[in-house]
Design a protein around this ligand. Structure first.
Ligand code: TRP
Length: 337
């Protein structure tokens, strides 16, 4: 492998939920621990500014997400873990990329259409230009480190295509420099919303849609119990909701239990209460361990701030070198940094 650089970004959306965990973070940790890749992970606070937000909440969520990534197993000795806005080169490269990305390419982005429509429905609807150029900043995130591998879910496919388009156009215009980043497809399951199991688990679908990684036991249990399943008639195929719950059991490593439920359901016994209990137990087992780690790590704020600073410095060393080259290629003057 000539280019072994892995980059991914995660939004500081407040408490992480099991969808983010199984869908993304477990995989970040796995890639970190293979020893094959140079892994770089970023809390993308600048992306979180593209929709209306509270400054104090953003600051708190950014620090919390950094702590939570460590609690989930990212290791600052093995990966570069940092906060996007602490490396100002992200915004700088995003400007340059905005000039090699066409307006037409951005208007075709499905996520912009979706999010701007969601916002339009709200009072005082405000659709920022930042929401429109969001994927340009994402391309800058990845290419600042000249990363070739990007572990993300299917929903990011179009953004990644745009990153390739941007890399390509830059290279054509200014000379071969950036790799074309590829999605690193994962075997991680797509976790669906508990209340609407046709959609991906997401905070935007309301608190009943997700189980927070750090929620207390009772909340976890009651959310899982309330999960939408199907009428459970023998002979009908299992609904998405039931399959999602079985998938969650597997994600928690409880394959024997998942197999047993599948056998039972195939034989026509379609009671979902025991499945829900098993899922709740497995999630509580997982989350109580993570909660303890989060508390231990989060207790030492001075160390957290130090790690944030250190992560940013490591990232910046790479980012500065890239920007030096980019400035030379694009006709900007050199400047002392
Ligand atoms: N857009 C991504 C998401 O919503 C987050 C993100 C920002 C990202 N920059 C990135 C992911 C760079 C991968 C690489 O999930």
């Amino acid at each position: 492998m000539t280019n072994n650089i892995v980059f991914s970004g995660i939004q500081p959306t407040g408490d992480m939920h099991i969808g983010n965990y199984f869908g993304a973070v477990v995989n970040y940790v796995r890639l970190q621990n293979t020893g094959v890749y140079r892994t770089i992970y970023c809390v993308v606070d600048l992306h979180a500014m593209t929709v209306p937000y509270e400054p104090a909440v953003l600051r708190r969520n950014t620090e919390q997400m950094f702590i939570d990534l460590l609690a989930c197993g990212l290791d600052p000795e093995k990966s570069i873990v940092f906060v996007q806005s602490m490396v100002p080169e992200h915004a700088e490269l995003a400007w340059i990329f905005g000039c090699v990305c066409s307006y037409g390419d951005l208007t075709r982005q499905a996520q912009f259409k979706e999010k701007s429509e969601q916002l339009q429905g709200k009072q005082d609807a405000f659709i920022s230009a930042g929401l429109f150029t969001y994927p340009v900043l994402q391309a800058a995130d990845i290419l600042l480190y000249r990363a070739a591998h990007v572990p993300v879910g299917q929903d990011q496919k179009q953004h990644l295509e745009l990153s390739r388009t941007i890399a390509n156009r830059f290279n054509t215009q200014f000379g071969e420099y950036f790799p074309e980043p590829e999605m690193l497809a994962t075997e991680t399951p797509k976790i669906l919303a508990l209340n609407e199991p046709t959609k991906k688990m997401s905070k935007s679908l309301g608190p009943k849609s997700y189980v927070g990684l750090f929620e207390d036991e009772q909340t976890v249990r009651s959310k899982v119990r309330a999960a939408v399943t199907d009428a459970g008639e023998a002979g009908t195929p299992l609904g998405e909701g039931a399959r999602n719950l079985i998938g969650l059991l597997r994600a928690c490593g409880k394959h024997d239990q998942a197999d047993a439920f599948e056998r039972e359901y195939a034989a026509g016994n379609r009671r979902y209460a025991p499945l829900k209990d098993a899922v709740a137990d497995a999630l509580i087992e997982l989350t109580s361990g993570l909660r303890a780690r989060r508390e231990a790590i989060g207790a030492d704020r001075a160390r957290i701030r130090h790690l944030m600073q250190e992560g940013a410095e490591k990232a910046r060393a790479i980012a500065r070198a890239t920007m030096k080259d980019v400035r030379a290629l694009t006709g900007l003057p050199e400047h002392a940094q």
